[in-house]
Design a protein around this ligand. Sequence first.
Ligand SMILES: [Zn+2]
Length: 267
Amino acid sequence: MHLPTPNPVFRWTAEPWGHGLVCTPLQSSAQHLFTTRQLQLRPATSAGSHSSAWTQATASLKAGPDQLMRISQVHGHTVRVVRRGERSLGDQQARPEADAIVANEPDLVLAVQVADCVPMLIADRRTGVAGAVHAGWRGTCAGIAPAAVATLAREFGTEPGSLIVAMGPSIGACCYDVGAELLDAFRTAGATDDQLDRWFVRAPTGSLRLDLWTVNSDQLVAAGVAADHIHVSGLCTQTHVDVFESYRAEGAAAGRMAALIRVPHGS
Ligand SMILES: [Zn+2]
């Protein structure tokens, strides 16, 4: 397997199950990992937190399956909050419907799963918080990333300017052909003409393409995150389907990739 070269602030790791990707600036705030298809995380095996692939991924953060918190992703803008001391086994098994999860319980591992959608991991070491976000076009249009930032500020007093954000492998503007109805959806959600010009690009073939990395970066900056604290891996899942899982490339046969982050101890 040929590993593509990510943005220089990202680096490959060697895990017992295969290669993972970490963002160096985020790693100094919180342990985290973006997995590859080598983990063999299948939708069918992803029902329980204790499934073998999830246990292996969690172990890469030196954590056990009981520390893992996942959500049931529905392409919306609901942020699940786990406050220190509130976690219960019941919460963990329920997997509430949400597309972002934020917490200040140290050593909890927060996770989302993707196969083209943008996985975002967020942390602030000072307030000891972390978050994991799943942003496809619907969640992005609904503002899931700024909702996560606003929730961190409201619940835990985190300054958006202190957050570090990493966006992992997901479908890039090189491949993400979309219909004009998406442009209408973003316009209806309040996007300006200038924003639509930045976010939707015309491919050489004439088709319309959506740049989810730029949309999410712009939304995070508008929410108060420093532009130089936002790191995009730059790796497209469909282009590198030998390394990643891509729903666009493989349809129902596509597996999933996990993005996990361990909540740091506050300083
Ligand atoms: Zn691509």
